[in-house]
Ligand binder design. Structure first.
Ligand SMILES: Cc1cc2nc3c(=O)[nH]c(=O)nc-3n(C[C@H](O)[C@H](O)[C@H](O)COP(=O)(O)O)c2cc1C
Length: 167
């Protein structure tokens, strides 16, 4: 699909079918994450594609308020940043690096017909402990991943003239 078509058609998916995601699709998502740009090409980021039911249940327990979509999805995506020097602009290097990589993954998921919903509402330390990751792994975002069982309408966006300024 054309990139703008992907951007137009993507939605946050919160309901999933109990259908396995093919290994080759998971590998393609990993490549989208791996090949994304990063500050100074530092690549201070890790991706975990959690299929193991026991680990997924532990993540659900560490994520109050989001259990339904996470429990339904056959895969939970967990993206972590590793320690990195702050950028000159004052922004957190690994938060931005991880967010770009996860955005690439999100669009690849759309291309592959898979649903995704970026979640920021979770307890990062508890998710990290659920996966037995070292303390230097800072979980930036998690997401359910799988085949959608819903087709949400597009959410509204501000008009271009309210957001974009040509100078
Ligand atoms: C950084 C970020 C954090 C988000 N956190 C949550 C969340 O905790 N729970 C949730 O249901 N959706 C979450 N979302 C999804 C947004 O609600 C969604 O992207 C927004 O409503 C626009 O809808 P759309 O993605 O279908 O276009 C998050 C999205 C982003 C980008």
């Amino acid at each position: 699909m054309d990139l703008m078509d992907l951007i137009h058609s993507r939605r946050s998916i919160r309901q999933y079918l109990p259908r396995k995601v093919e290994d080759w699709k998971l590998a393609a998502l990993g490549e989208a994450f791996r090949l994304a740009p990063s500050a100074r090409n530092g690549q201070h980021r890790k991706l975990f594609l959690v299929r193991n039911p026991e680990l997924r249940a532990k993540i659900c327990q560490a994520t109050p308020g989001q259990p339904a979509m996470l429990a339904q999805a056959p895969v939970i995506v967990v993206a972590a940043g590793l320690p990195a020097p702050e950028m000159t602009c004052g922004q957190s290097t690994n938060t931005i690096d991880v967010s770009i990589a996860l955005s690439f993954l999100m669009l690849e998921a759309q291309e592959l017909g898979l649903g995704f919903c970026w979640l920021g509402s979770f307890y990062a330390d508890e998710v990290r402990q659920a996966l037995n990751l070292p303390p230097d792994h800072r979980i930036v975002a998690i997401s359910p991943l799988g085949y959608a069982s819903e087709q949400p309408e597009a959410k509204p966006r501000y008009a271009a003239e309210d957001m974009i300024t040509y100078l």
